[in-house]
Design a binder for this molecule. Structure first.
Ligand SMILES: [Fe+2]
Ligand SMILES: [Fe+2]
Length: 412
């Protein structure tokens, strides 16, 4: 009996160690949250869960999974909701953030009236979902910094019946979360580093805003997820690729730091010569990733270099990877088209153009959905990979949710 208990604990610890190692290999904060929530739910056999991250004095809704409502591994607009809850004792997540203690509730509708917090029934009322058991855990990183709060909902037994969370889940999931919180913090830092790098490009080219690159990154991640699941790629592989793609796509125009202000900031139309000069941002961007130490570097180079290539050819710069490093390399030396253009860049091309069409510019208002989609459709098969455009249409509700989440900050 004692041996059985030991081996059970042993396997729980092994699972946590293995999963922690996998989490540590991820770079983008959304992929990290997805993995932490998925593995925690798996461990507790919980039907749903969400993660809130700390931003100033509130907890901002940052990730959700729900087996009852959403299919796994498909694009999901619910991920891009925008709302925050104050860190106060009145809500369950706020209470856990304040006390920094995990909290298990067996039935959300039978809470003791003397408790300071109450269960917010609005989601259940709107959706018809029935929350019963809950396990809410603070995410605490190094130096006791509170990063966020994870909430698991409705643990199920082998028969699929909702039951209270087990002692094992209450013990081991918080342990896993302690390790995982460090990864979350690192993911936030990675995203911020890239945003800062892009702010440098934004200083040069005002159309490359933080919101634009966040949207392009998220559009690319979602389109890729659907593309890869159509081909039956494993969930693990999809997550890894999507993780790199999101960050790499954010850096598509980083090479603009090498283009003269007179061209980048010219209010009117560029002359042919100026436009030829502008095309070099693709090569300058690719050159930033010369010392490739990771898959992220490789993908960032592909996207920076090839996001203006066209499916039928005649895009730019159309040079091979090795020619990037040649000082006086010639544009158009190696015509690129179709699948010779890396997938990541084919996806980024659609996302970047769509975002330019649907965003305001100094010379135009945002185009309405119909007009944006009409342009993508008519350019499918010439400028764009037709399957990528098809997927873009298929997940357009998710695209719209992303567009609403990352809005342009008002400029003074
Ligand atoms: Fe570009
Ligand atoms: Fe862009």
């Amino acid at each position: 009996m004692a041996d059985d208990t030991f081996s059970c604990q042993d396997s729980a610890v092994l699972t946590i160690l293995k999963t922690s190692e996998e989490v540590n290999q991820l770079k983008d904060v959304d992929t990290i949250l997805d993995k932490i929530l998925y593995e925690s739910r798996n461990f507790a056999n919980a039907d749903a869960g969400s993660i809130f991250l700390v931003e100033k004095d509130s907890l901002v809704f940052s990730y959700v999974q729900n087996d009852t409502f959403f299919k796994k591994e498909t694009a999901n607009a619910a991920l891009y909701q925008n709302f925050g809850i104050p860190i106060s004792e009145q809500s369950i997540v706020g209470y856990v953030a304040k006390t920094r203690q995990s909290l298990a509730i067996d039935d959300a509708y039978e809470l003791d009236q003397t408790l300071p917090f109450a269960f917010n029934k609005s989601f259940d009322e709107k959706s018809g979902y029935r929350t019963i058991s809950m396990l809410t855990i603070p995410l605490i990183a190094q130096e006791s910094r509170l990063v966020g709060v994870m909430q698991l909902i409705n643990a199920k037994n082998d028969m699929g019946k909702v039951v209270p969370f087990t002692e094992e889940a209450k013990t081991y999931i918080p342990l896993f979360c302690n390790n995982a919180s460090v990864a979350v913090e690192r993911g936030i830092m990675n995203r911020e580093l890239i945003l800062r790098m892009m702010q440098m490009a934004e200083l040069r080219d005002p159309t490359e805003t933080g919101a634009h690159v966040q949207r392009v990154g998220a559009y690319c991640a979602e389109v890729y997820g659907t593309w890869a699941s159509r081909r039956g790629h494993s969930a693990k592989e999809i997550k890894r690729e999507r993780d790199n793609l999101r960050l790499a796509a954010m850096m598509h125009d980083v090479g603009k730091v090498g283009i003269a202000d007179a061209i980048l900031k010219k209010p009117g139309k560029l002359t042919d010569e100026e436009f030829d000069n502008m095309k070099w941002h693709t090569v300058f961007g690719a050159r930033l990733f010369k010392n490739q130490t990771s898959e992220l570097d490789r993908m960032s180079m592909e996207i920076a270099l090839c996001h203006h290539e066209k499916w039928k050819g005649r895009g730019y710069p159309s040079i091979s990877n090795s020619e990037v490093w040649v000082e006086d390399t010639l544009m158009g030396a190696e015509p690129k088209n179709g699948e010779k253009i890396p997938l990541a860049a084919r996806i980024c091309a659609v996302a970047d153009v769509y975002d330019a069409l649907s965003s305001p510019r100094s010379y135009k208002d945002p185009f309405p959905d119909e007009k944006c989609l009409g342009i993508l459709e008519s350019d499918a098969g010439t400028h764009f990979d037709p399957e990528i455009v098809e997927i873009f249409f298929e997940i357009f509700d998710v695209i719209k949710a992303i567009r609403d989440k990352y809005k342009e900050a008002q400029k003074n």
